[in-house]
Design a protein around this ligand. Sequence first.
Ligand code: ADP
Length: 264
Amino acid sequence: MAAGAAGRRDPEPGPAGEKRILCVGLVCLDIISVVEAYPAEDSDTRCVSQRWQRGGNASNSCTVLALLGAPCAFMGSLAPGLAADFVLADLRRYGVDVGLAVPQAGGSLPASVVIASASRGTRTILHAHGNLPEVTARDFERVDLSQYKWIHWEVFISKDVAQHFGYRSAPEALQGLRSRVQPGATLICAWAEAGADAVGPGGELVHSDAFPPETLVDTLGAGDTFNAAVIFALSAGRSLQDALTFGCQIAGRKCGIQGFDGIV
Ligand code: ADP
């Protein structure tokens, strides 16, 4: 069982009693080296800039939700140590509730080394898992569900996962994976420059084009940004089409800047 679980607390609802959005999943440390062009193997390159950034899918989506003004909370494993202190302080800085973070006694915080190419806007990620135990069903049993209007694990299909299954486009992935999910489920798949597609509960197909920024600067976390913006819109009662378009707009803006500050 997770160490320190007894000290955990459920948050109060957000301002004016507004329920929160909870994102369950990874927080990690991203060490990002921005280079002019992707380096050759066994070369020695000077970076344009280098920074530590809090990363991980759930953590990034919380950042975006907070920037959009939605009260939100993060739930995921935290290792002891300096890197964990850094990400925890950063979550707090954005006003993300961390009362459900699960401190683990052992392991180290997962870290990614990211090579970001300034000329092409690509991000090449080397991820180390850190041997950190996952959040368990028992951890989750302690969550007071009444505090949350939306809980996000994996609903969305990422391009990486879709490609892993052999699909070459978002519509192809949706068509292929639809029979594997419960009837009435909504499936959403983002596909970089091609925007995003979705199939609604009644089988209706929805598409949004991408909104490319003037200059492609940094695509790290574009998918997490898209997910957060779609959740933000859907949880406010907007239609699937509206949510998909909003997701692509915000994700496109993110691709035009380093990091997340400035997407709204
Ligand atoms: P990730 O690889 O981070 O999972 P994707 O590459 O699928 O995410 O992109 C998610 C969303 O971000 C896309 O639906 C799109 O709206 C936006 N996006 C990503 N890359 C670009 C790009 N090169 N130009 C414009 N929009 C992009």
